[in-house]
Design a protein around this ligand. Structure first.
Ligand SMILES: [Zn+2]
Ligand SMILES: [Zn+2]
Length: 390
């Protein structure tokens, strides 16, 4: 098959699908319309299997009877719980739901890839799985895995993840060697004190005061105890407590995230709990600490990186792939699949100054640069073929 010809031919349809998904944006685990469109499209292509998983997730398999390896490609399908001001004519008509991370495009691009591969299934030297994941913005991948995604995907040997990247130059691809995205755990601390009169603090126990000690303890732990060459970030983003300036509250809540771009997250979490408990105890308070996994550490397999890099360079030429400086303390729950199979995660640059400005993902003015669509399909098809041929 002439891959370039195929991706150019399917691009208008991909744009049409993505604009429709964009207009009808749906947030995590509520992607009912999106999921139905994806499922029906895949069924029409004559995939070997099309299954739903975790409610709105969809998994399709191709070439199941063929000998050889199986590779999976992943697209996320959820919108963010926010409103957009992108100015696009196809802006979301659903209040509080907007595709400001480009997952509408990821979904449509993967449908385009599925179409091309289904039409040329005989020319593909192995098996392919297409996974459409709900609720990427809040840990949907693990729920898919818990509900049997690996089995429904027929135990792939490798995985490709990708994301559009508005701060990377258009036509450039970023694949970090080694650790690429931090593990991210969300915490909620509930501090219990004893309510009372603001004029008689000695008769109360003030959980609001304790928050200051907790924050200082966390920051001190980061600078005094953590190896600065192994990045760890703890950001407290919410403090709630109290209702009146003359009344000591009973409780206060603190919420934030702990991010580690290294494998020692369990030690960091354990120490975090000790520090928070001690800081609360110093104030006469007790606390409960909840930790929830947002996503695990995202890392690239060396061999998979080389395959993707050479596939992209065949398409875009030498120098089109950056393999350093791509680390981020953000993450993607694509990482939950990595304990099951080696993978590569590709950020494809969409920042074209000629057609910009291009706001960052999660910005209300974010727009997806549709010019990248043919390349976004082509690099994935080439990587799949190169992996299966190898
Ligand atoms: Zn996002
Ligand atoms: Zn995203």
């Amino acid at each position: 098959m002439d891959i370039r010809k195929e991706v150019i031919a399917v691009t208008p349809e991909v744009i049409e699908i993505r604009r429709d998904l964009h207009k009808h944006a749906e947030t995590g685990f509520k992607e009912f319309r999106t999921s139905k469109i994806v499922k029906e499209y895949l069924e029409k292509l004559g995939m070997d299997t099309v299954s739903t998983c975790a409610g709105t997730g969809v998994i399709a398999t191709l070439n199941d009877g063929k000998p050889g390896k199986r590779i999976m490609i992943l697209a996320d399908i959820d919108a963010l719980p926010m409103d957009e001001n992108s100015g696009e004519s196809f802006s979301s008509v659903n209040p509080g739901a907007a595709h400001c991370c480009g997952h509408d495009a990821h979904t449509a691009i993967q449908l385009g890839i599925a179409k091309i591969m289904a039409e040329h299934r005989d020319e593909i030297p192995g098996k392919v799985t297409f996974l459409f994941q709900p609720n990427e913005e809040d840990a949907g991948a693990q729920i898919m895995i818990d509900e049997g995604a690996i089995e429904l995907a027929k135990h792939p040997d490798a995985i490709i993840g990708s994301h559009n990247h508005p701060s990377i130059t258009y036509g450039t691809f970023g694949i970090q060697k080694g650790f690429q995205g931090a593990s991210s755990y969300y915490y909620k601390i509930t501090i219990h004190g004893k309510g009372g009169h603001g004029g008689r603090p000695h008769l109360a126990v003030n959980p609001a005061d304790a928050t200051a000690f907790v924050l200082f303890g966390i920051k001190n732990m980061l600078t005094a105890e953590r190896d600065a060459l192994k990045p760890t970030v703890i950001t407290n983003c919410m403090i709630h407590g109290g209702e009146k300036e003359i009344t000591v509250p009973e409780t206060c809540e603190m919420q934030g995230s702990i991010r580690c771009l290294h494998r020692e997250h369990e030690a960091v979490h354990a120490r975090f709990k000790e520090v928070v408990e001690s800081a609360c105890a110093m104030n006469g308070c007790t606390c409960e600490i909840e930790l929830k996994c947002g996503n695990s550490l995202l890392y690239n397999d060396d061999a998979m990186l080389e395959i993707a890099k050479s596939a992209i360079e065949e398409m875009k030429g030498e120098g089109s792939v950056i393999t350093d400086g791509m680390q981020t303390m953000g993450g993607d729950d694509y990482a939950e699949f990595l304990p099951y199979m080696p993978g590569v995660y590709v950020n494809y640059g969409t920042n074209d100054p000629k057609t910009g400005p291009w706001q960052s993902i999660h910005h209300p003015g974010y727009r997806f640069n549709e010019d990248i669509i043919p390349d976004a399909m082509e690099f994935q098809i080439r990587t799949v073929l190169k992996y299966l041929e190898g």
